[in-house]
Design a protein around this ligand. Structure first.
Ligand code: TPP
Ligand code: MG
Length: 904
C-alpha cells in the first residue's frame, strides 16, 4: 500500500483531521503517525500493521476513549493497483465479444416489443452488468463435468437477455429462440422472461427474479454443499456458488438477512457480485448516500471479505497524481445522486461540479478532454479490475466474499436511457439511438439493416467464436445448464411401514408423533436412511424430533466445542461435524432455502436427498409463501410438514399461531400435492407413495402434509382404502343400511373424530344413518374433477368420463356435510361435484386461545354443531321437520345467538 504523501505544505485546509493549533502541532501529529505507519508497512507488512492499528484503537477504548469502530474503508478500490492480478485474457477480443452480446441482448428486447408491444423485458440491467458477466464467463465459472458438479450460479433475473445472448454466440440457442424472447407459446418455442427451471429445465438451474430469494438461496446452497461434503456425499474439487445481485435488491430483508450464517460457517465457497449501478426501478438506490459504503459496513460487520471495485484503471493515475488527498475527499463527499448525474451529463459538467469544487483538482484533469472525462470508467466496467477482484475472491480463504462493483445502469444506451431514472423500463430504441449504440461498441451491422435490429453472430470459424468456445472449453463446457441424470432411490414399500397400518392400540398418539416415528424408521432404513435430511427451525422439542438429536446429530461444521448442559440426558443437544439434522434456528426462510437446496440436489449434485422440513404450520405458506412457490419452479422434491395444524386443534396459542388456511395457500402451487391426513396409517400411505412418485418415478412434484397435535388411539387401516387415501376421499365408517334418513359426513385431520361422534348422536338421538368419510385431499379431488370436466367439454360427442369424486358418490343416498379444522373454502373445493350439494363447516375467522372443546363450539366444528348442520340440510331437502333442529339446538346446548367467528 502506498500512502499519498501529505507533506505539510500539501495538506489542504479541508483535510485537517485535528483542530489547527497555533504552533502547528497537528501536522506534527499527523507526520509522526504517518512515519510510524510507513515504517510498520515496510518492515512488518500490511497484515501486521492493520493488527497493530486494531490493537491501538482497542487500547484507546480500554482507556474509555470513544475510538471509531471501522466498518467501512475509503471510497476507493479495495485492491490497490500494485496488488492487482494481471488480466489473463485477450482484452481486445473479449471486448468485441462482449459488445456483440450487448447488442444481441438489447436487440432481443427491442425486437420482441416491436413485434408485440407490451411483452416487456429489460435492457439496462444487463447493459450495466455485461463486464461482470463476461469476465466471469471467460475466466471463472466452471461448468459441470463427469467429476465436478459445476459452479452454481444465480444470475440476476433481469439480466437474462445477456445470458441468452451469450448462449446464442456459443451456438447453444438459435436465432429463432432469441426472436421469441418472452413468447414461450410461439411456434418452435421461445425463451422464458427470467430464469425458470420449470419452463426451461435444461437451461436454468436457479430462479432468481423474485428479488431477495436468489441471494438467500445461494447462502444456503453453499452451506448445503458443505453439509454434503461433511457427510461424505461429495468429494473432489469444491464448486463455488456465485450470486449476481442488484444493489436495489439488497433492500429485500431476505438478501441481507442470513449474512452472518455464511461468515459463521466460513463459506469461502460463496461469492456474491453486487452490481452497484446506483439505481433500482424508480430512481436511485441511495441518492443521498452511498450504497457501496452502506453495504460494505453491513458485510464487514457480518464477517464477509469485501472487495470494492469502484474506479476503473484511468482513475489509478489520477489518484496517484493527487498528493493533496483532495480527490479521495471529493470521491467520498459526492453522493450517489451526484454520481448518477455525472453519468448522464457531459464531461464538462463533471469537470465543473466534481473536480471543480476544489481548484487544486482541476489541475489533475487539465490534460483530459471533456469526452475523456466522460469516459473515465467505473470499476465494474473495467475488465481488468473485475478480473482482479474475481481472482482475489476465488483465492480468499475462510470467509465468503462480496464484490461491490460500481457501474452505470443502462451503460451504452446514451440518450436512450444511460443512467436515467426511466432506464429500467426502456424497451425501445429509435434508429438514431441504435446507430449510436452500434458505433459505441463497434458492432458490424450495416446502415441498411440497422433499423431491423438484426442479431449478430460472428461466423463459426471467426477468431471471436473460436476464442469464446476455447475459454468455455477450458472451464469444462457451457453454463447455465441443468442436467438431470440421477439414479432412482430404492425407497421402502408400504409393507415396510407395517406398524403404522396396525393402529396404536390403546396408546393415544397424534399424527405428529406418528410422523416422528415414521421418519426415525426411514432414517434407519439401509437403502435411503442416509439420504433423509430432517430440517427444523428451532421446534424439534415441540414436535418430539429431539428424539433424533443423539442418534443422528445436528450438523455443525465446528462439531461441538462445549459440553452441552443436558449431556446427561438421553436427548441432549448433540452437535456433530457429520450431523444429519439441519437445525436452522428461528428462520423459516432459511429452513426453506435448505429444503430447496436438498430438494434439488438431484439436479445440482446428481443425487437424490430426501428432505423432510417440519415447521409450525402457520409460519409456512403464510410467512414464506414466495419461497414455496419458487420450490415448485425449481422442481424441488421432498416433504413439507405443517405441524401444530388446525385452528382449534392447536388450542392455547391464539391468533398468530392457529392455522386454518395453509391448505388453501398451498393449493395454489401447481406441482404441490397437499394432504390433510387424519390417521397415522394415512400418513404412512401418503409418504410411501410420495417417495415412490418423487424418487422412483422421478415425477417433478412435492408434498405438503398437515400434522396435528391431538392425541387419540390410531385405528388400524381398513381393507382396500389405500387408493382412496391417495386420491383424496374414502369411506371410513359406514352407518346402518336400514334407516330412512341418511347422511354423509366428510372429516379430515383430528376433526374426523367430531364427525364420528356426530354419527353416533345422529344415529342414537335422531334416527339418522350416517357414513363417515375421511377426506385426505380436497385439492386432488378438485383437480381430478376439473381435468375430467374439461376433457368432456372438449370431446362433447364422446362417452362422458366421470371424476373420482363423482364416481365415488353417485350411488350414495342422503345429504352431504363436510367438517374441517380449516376454512370452509377447503372442502368447498369439491362442492360442484357433489350431487345435491355439500354443506361445509370450517374455521373461518381469527383464532384465539381457549380449550379445544370451547374453540370447536365457537367455530362450529364440534360434533354438536355438525349434528345441527346435518339435520338442517335434511330440513332443507324437505325430509325433516324444522322442529327437530330446534330440539337438537336445545338438547345439545348450543347457543343460537352466539358470536359468528367469520367477523364480516
Ligand atoms: C420481490 C420483488 N419485488 C419487486 C420486483 C420488481 N422489480 C424488478 S427489477 C426491480 C428493480 C431492480 O433494481 P436493482 O436490484 O438495483 O437491479 P438493476 O436492474 O438495477 O441491476 C424491481 C423493483 C421484483 N422483481 N421482485
Ligand atoms: Mg441497481
Amino acid at each position: 500500500m502506498k500512502l499519498p504523501k501529505r507533506e505539510e505544505k500539501n495538506i489542504s485546509p479541508e483535510l485537517r483531521v485535528l483542530p489547527k493549533a497555533e504552533n502547528g502541532e497537528d501536522e506534527k501529529w499527523l507526520q509522526s503517525l504517518e512515519s510510524v505507519l510507513e515504517f510498520a508497512l515496510k518492515s512488518q507488512g500490511a497484515q501486521k500493521t492493520s493488527r497493530f492499528l486494531d490493537n491501538l484503537t482497542e487500547r484507546l477504548r480500554e482507556q474509555g476513549v470513544e475510538a471509531p469502530r471501522v466498518v467501512s474503508t475509503p471510497y476507493i478500490n479495495t485492491i490497490p493497483p500494485e496488488k492487482q492480478a494481471p488480466f489473463a485474457g485477450d482484452w481486445e477480443m473479449e471486448r468485441r465479444i462482449k459488445s456483440y452480446v450487448r447488442w444481441n441482448a438489447m436487440a432481443m428486447v427491442v425486437n420482441s416489443n416491436r413485434a408485440h408491444s407490451g411483452l416487456g423485458g429489460h435492457i439496462s440491467t444487463y447493459a450495466s452488468a455485461a463486464t461482470l458477466y463476461e469476465v466471469a464467463f471467460n475466466h471463472f465459472l466452471r461448468a459441470r463435468t463427469e467429476e465436478f458438479p459445476g459452479d452454481m450460479v444465480y444470475f440476476q433475473g433481469h439480466a437474462t437477455p445477456g445470458i441468452y445472448a451469450r448462449a446464442f454466440l456459443e451456438g447453444r440457442i438459435s436465432e429463432k429462440h432469441l426472436q421469441n424472447f418472452r413468447q414461450e407459446l410461439a411456434e418452435g418455442g421461445g425463451l422464458s422472461s427470467y430464469p425458470h427451471p420449470y419452463l426451461m429445465p435444461d437451461f436454468w438451474q436457479f430462479p432468481t427474479v423474485s428479488m431477495g430469494l436468489g441471494p438467500l438461496l445461494s447462502i444456503y446452497q453453499a452451506r448445503f454443499n458443505r453439509y454434503l461434503q461433511a457427510r461424505g456425499f461429495c468429494k473432489g474439487e469444491e464448486p463455488k456458488v456465485w450470486a449476481f445481485i442488484g444493489d436495489g435488491e439488497t433492500d429485500e430483508p431476505e438478501t441481507l438477512g442470513s449474512l452472518t450464517l455464511a461468515a459463521r460457517e466460513n463459506l469461502d465457497n460463496l461469492i456474491w457480485v453486487i452490481n452497484c449501478n446506483l439505481q433500482r426501478l424508480d430512481g436511485p438506490v441511495r441518492g443521498n448516500g452511498k450504497i457501496i459504503q452502506e453495504l460494505e459496513a453491513a458485510f464487514q460487520g457480518a464477517g464477509w471479505n469485501v472487495i470494492k471495485v469502484i474506479w476503473g484503471s484511468d482513475w489509478d493515475k489520477l489518484l496517484a497524481a493527487d498528493k493533496s488527498g483532495l480527490l479521495l475527499k471529493r470521491m467520498e463527499e459526492a453522493v450517489d445522486g451526484d454520481y448518477q448525474k455525472y453519468s448522464v451529463e457531459p464531461g464538462s459538467y463533471t469537470r465543473k461540479h466534481f473536480f471543480g469544487k476544489y481548484p487544486e483538482l482541476l489541475g489533475l484533469v487539465n490534460h483530459l478532454s471533456d469526452e475523456q472525462i466522460h469516459k473515465l470508467l467505473r470499476g465494474g466496467h473495467d475488465s481488468r479490475k473485475v478480473y482482479a477482484a474475481y481472482k482475489a475472491a476465488m483465492e480468499h480463504k475462510g470467509r465468503p466474499t462480496v464484490i461491490l462493483a460500481k457501474t452505470v445502469k443502462g451503460y451504452g444506451l446514451g440518450e436512450a436511457g444511460e443512467g436515467r431514472n426511466i432506464t429500467h423500463q426502456q424497451k425501445k430504441l429509435n434508429e438514431k439511438e441504435l446507430r449510436e449504440f452500434r458505433e459505441r461498441f463497434g458492432v458490424p451491422i450495416s446502415d441498411e439493416e440497422i433499423a431491423e435490429t438484426p442479431f449478430f453472430r460472428p461466423a463459426a470459424a471467426s477468431r471471436e467464436t473460436k476464442y469464446l468456445l476455447e475459454q468455455r472449453k477450458k472451464l469444462g463446457g457451457f453454463l447455465p445448464k441443468r442436467v438431470v441424470e440421477t439414479k432412482p432411490l430404492d425407497v421402502p414399500k408400504l409393507d415396510a411401514l407395517g406398524e403404522f397400518l396396525k393402529g396404536s392400540g390403546k396408546f393415544e398418539v397424534s399424527t405428529t408423533m406418528g410422523f416422528v416415528r415414521l421418519v426415525s424408521m426411514l432414517i434407519r432404513n439401509k437403502a435411503i436412511g442416509r439420504q433423509i435430511v430432517p430440517i427444523i427451525p428451532d421446534e424439534a422439542r415441540t414436535f418430539g424430533l429431539d428424539a433424533l438429536f443423539r442418534e443422528i446429530g445436528i450438523y455443525s461444521p465446528k462439531g461441538q466445542l462445549y459440553e452441552p448442559v443436558d449431556i446427561k440426558s438421553l436427548l441432549y443437544y448433540n452437535e456433530a461435524k457429520d450431523g444429519q439434522i439441519l437445525e436452522e434456528g428461528i428462520t423459516e426462510a432459511g429452513s426453506m432455502a435448505t429444503f430447496i437446496a436438498a430438494g434439488t440436489s438431484y439436479a445440482n449434485h446428481g443425487r437424490y436427498m430426501v428432505p423432510f422440513y417440519i415447521y409450525y404450520s402457520m409460519f409456512g405458506f403464510q410467512r414464506i409463501g414466495d419461497l414455496m412457490w419458487l420450490a415448485g419452479d425449481i422442481k424441488a422434491k421432498g416433504f413439507l410438514l405443517g405441524a401444530t395444524s388446525g385452528r382449534t386443534t392447536l388450542n392455547g396459542e391464539g391468533l398468530q399461531h392457529q392455522d386454518g388456511h395453509s391448505l388453501i395457500l398451498s393449493s395454489t402451487i401447481p406441482t404441490l400435492l397437499t394432504y390433510d391426513p387424519a390417521f397415522a396409517y394415512e400418513l404412512a400411505v401418503i409418504i410411501a407413495d410420495g417417495m415412490r412418485r418423487m424418487y422412483v418415478e422421478q415425477e417433478d412434484v412435492f408434498y405438503y402434509l398437515t400434522l396435528y397435535n391431538e392425541n387419540f388411539a390410531m385405528p388400524p387401516m381398513p381393507e382396500g382404502v389405500e387408493d382412496g387415501i391417495l386420491k383424496g376421499l374414502y369411506k371410513f365408517k359406514a352407518g346402518p343400511e336400514n334407516k330412512k334418513l341418511r347422511a354423509h359426513i366428510f372429516g379430515s385431520g383430528p376433526i374426523i373424530r367430531q364427525a364420528l361422534r356426530a354419527q353416533q348422536i345422529l344415529g342414537e338421538k335422531f334416527d339418522v344413518s350416517v357414513d363417515v368419510w375421511s377426506a385426505t385431499s380436497y385439492k386432488l379431488l378438485r383437480n381430478d374433477a376439473l381435468r375430467v370436466r374439461r376433457w368432456n367439454m372438449l370431446h362433447p360427442a364422446a362417452t362422458r368420463r366421470k371424476s373420482y369424486v363423482q364416481e365415488l358418490l353417485e350411488n350414495e343416498k342422503g345429504v352431504f356435510v363436510a367438517v374441517s379444522d380449516n376454512m370452509k373454502i377447503v372442502p368447498d373445493q369439491i362442492a360442484p361435484w357433489v350431487a345435491g350439494g355439500l354443506t361445509t363447516l370450517g374455521t373461518d375467522g381469527f383464532g384465539r386461545s381457549d380449550t379445544r372443546e370451547r374453540l370447536r363450539r365457537f367455530f362450529e366444528v364440534d360434533a354438536e354443531s355438525t349434528v345441527i348442520a346435518t339435520l338442517y340440510v335434511l330440513v332443507e331437502k324437505g325430509e325433516l321437520d324444522p322442529q327437530v333442529v330446534e330440539r337438537a339446538i336445545k338438547e345439545l346446548d348450543v347457543d343460537p345467538e352466539k358470536i359468528h367467528p367469520q367477523t364480516i
